[in-house]
Design a protein around this ligand. Structure first.
Ligand SMILES: Cc1cc2nc3c(=O)[nH]c(=O)nc-3n(C[C@H](O)[C@H](O)[C@H](O)COP(=O)(O)O)c2cc1C
Length: 155
């Protein structure tokens, strides 16, 4: 399968997990491309008018993993803005990878996954799974291994 991992990562956490996921998916025989969203200038919290250096095209992928940090108990405004401008995800398998500082997914992670679903499903995405990494948890490394395993088995 041709899989695109399209992510926003302000401080590198979501990106580091994405790299591990890519490795796992490649080992499983998929063709995987990571595309990290880059914005022009500084993004203020809650900003709506976000300008991207380039807008990754989802068209060529069979499946997508969208990755984002939780910001202000919500989906980062950068990923929200990117997902909103996608015209169609018809026929594509889609999964979500979320990272957050707080130790439990109910502290913003689950809500973020819900927001991603709400944007992607009306565009035709077949949402097949999601996972949250809680960065401040002591067992983080174990969790990252589990998340990578879980997401890699969805495709
Ligand atoms: C502006 C901002 C707001 C944040 N808000 C939250 C939050 O509400 N809940 C939380 O658990 N973590 C919050 N964080 C922490 C990030 O979600 C966490 O560090 C995440 O792993 C960062 O991912 P990244 O390195 O890919 O950007 C916030 C971080 C920033 C920069």
């Amino acid at each position: 399968m041709k899989i695109g991992i399209i992510l926003y990562s302000q401080t590198g956490n979501t990106y580091s997990v994405s790299l591990k996921l890519k490795e796992k998916l490649v080992t499983a025989g998929h063709s995987v491309n990571i595309e990290r969203l880059k914005v022009v200038g500084e993004v203020q919290p809650g900003e709506k008018d976000i300008k991207f250096e380039t807008l990754p095209d989802t068209g060529s992928y069979d499946a997508l993993v969208f990755g984002s940090p939780v910001q202000a108990f919500s989906l980062s405004s950068v990923m929200a803005s990117y997902l909103t401008q996608i015209t169609s995800l018809q026929g594509k398998k889609v999964a979500f990878l979320v990272t957050q500082f707080f130790p439990f997914p109910w502290m913003g992670g689950n809500r973020t996954v819900g927001q991603m679903k709400k944007i992607c499903e009306p565009k035709g995405a077949a949402v097949c799974g999601a996972a949250v990494v809680n960065w401040s948890k002591r067992s983080r490394e174990k969790r990252i291994t589990e998340v990578v395993e879980k997401l890699s088995k969805l495709f």
